[in-house]
Design a protein around this ligand. Structure first.
Ligand code: GLA
Length: 385
């Protein structure tokens, strides 16, 4: 697990300067997949995997970046005054933060930044969002500035959209900034209003990593997004009040679905039904109706895997293998899709045994030893000490 004291002394030894230290969590999404960019609903939880940043000012006008996760790369140095461009390297995330803040009119001075995280990379747990958010807090502290949580999340989303070049929505950055201990958050991605949904103390979050890596920078994520948006355009040509699938209904698909490409119709059916399920899931959680929550998660997985074609054989298997292990409340693939992790809601008293059994079954069937973590719903990004 990440240890701020260790990062602090590593930074001090490397840069001979006492740093300020910040932390930003990764996330797991309970339900609401590929709905955020359609201005719909999501229900993520910040988790106790996180990225830490240690920062100290420099007087030579340089930006020096170091990541313990990519220690073999050594330090990378940039000129704080030169225009910054992306290079498909891990440094794009912190540099993108500097570029977006500069575009907002801030004058960012030189600094040394050390990063260290334990959010598994490329596993659908939002390691890149945690890097963006922690860097933004760290860099803003240098210039004694800050933003309200939702605004900070939007700026970090713009790092992805405008600098890195991925077409993600706002869920990951939002929950990394605004997560709350022991709670999930039902977020309305249209106006960024949210409702906290307490996770009962007797429910554990068991995250099972299929070990199949997938990046949202690849082609599948933007393809699915385009396909779903094409369906929306057909509906909007009949009903102009539908700028996003958030505004569409299953009846719209019945009426105009035959004018859509078959794939577009399926993607839209997932997004529209997923929005309904996500709102219903929060109500079920609020009422303590865990059976209904589990049912909605199962339906969500089938829709994600079937209509949205966003899963992979390993994730489908991980969900299937969980079904008859004692203690399971609900299981589904979480995050951007095509690999990564499943989220299993499990009775707390059974969590350890559940994790061990699921790992054993998955290894026996695939020959791959999965990482399975019993996680805790954590708070959002903040300064440490
Ligand atoms: C990735 C993106 C999010 C969201 C999810 C899918 O995590 O970063 O914005 O679209 O995929 O729900």
């Amino acid at each position: 697990m990440h240890d701020p004291a260790v990062l602090r002394s590593m930074h001090l030894a490397r840069f001979k300067a006492e740093p300020s230290v910040f932390v930003a969590p990764g996330r797991v999404n309970l339900i609401g997949e590929h709905t955020d960019y359609a201005e719909g609903f999501v229900m993520p939880v910040a988790i106790d995997f996180a990225t830490l940043a240690a920062i100290s000012p420099r007087t030579d006008g340089k930006i020096v970046l170091y990541s313990e996760n990519y220690a073999e790369d050594g330090e990378r140095t940039f000129d704080a005054d030169a225009p910054l461009t992306a290079s498909k390297h891990w440094t794009d995330y912190p540099l993108g933060v500097v570029a977006i803040l500069t575009g907002e009119g801030h004058k960012i001075p030189g600094f040394s930044l050390s990063l260290w995280g334990d959010v598994p990379l490329g596993s659908g747990l939002s390691s890149s969002a945690s890097v963006e958010v922690v860097t933004a807090l760290a860099v803003l502290s240098l210039i004694c500035s800050s933003y309200p949580g939702p605004v900070l999340a939007r700026l970090c989303q713009r790092v992805e959209n405008e600098f890195v070049g991925t077409s993600c929505g706002i869920m990951d950055q939002f929950i990394s900034v605004n997560g709350k201990e022991n709670h999930a958050l039902l977020l309305d991605c249209r106006d960024l209003s949210f409702k906290l949904a307490p996770i009962p103390a007797d429910v554990a979050l068991v995250i099972a990593n299929t070990m199949v890596k997938h990046s949202i920078a690849g082609g599948d994520y933007p393809t699915r997004r385009r396909e779903s948006e094409a369906a929306c355009a057909v509906i909007a040509s009949h009903r102009p009040g539908v700028p996003f699938l958030r505004d569409a209904t299953l009846e719209d698909l019945e009426k105009w679905g035959r004018e859509m490409q078959p794939k577009s119709l399926m993607r839209a059916r997932h997004v529209i039904s997923e929005n309904l399920r996500t709102v219903a899931a929060e109500k079920a959680l609020e009422k303590g109706d865990l059976k209904e929550l589990g049912r909605l998660m199962a339906e969500a997985h089938n829709s994600y895997s079937g209509d949205f074609d966003g899963s992979c054989p390993e994730a489908d298997l991980m969900v299937e293998l969980a079904q008859d292990i004692p203690g399971l409340i609900g299981a589904r693939l979480t995050g951007g899709g095509f690999g990564g992790c499943t989220i299993n809601l499990v009775e707390q008293s059974q969590a350890k045994a559940f994790a061990a059994e699921l790992g054993k079954r998955y290894a026996a069937r695939t020959g791959i030893v999965p990482q399975i973590h019993v996680c805790h719903a954590s708070g959002g990004a903040h300064k440490i000490g």
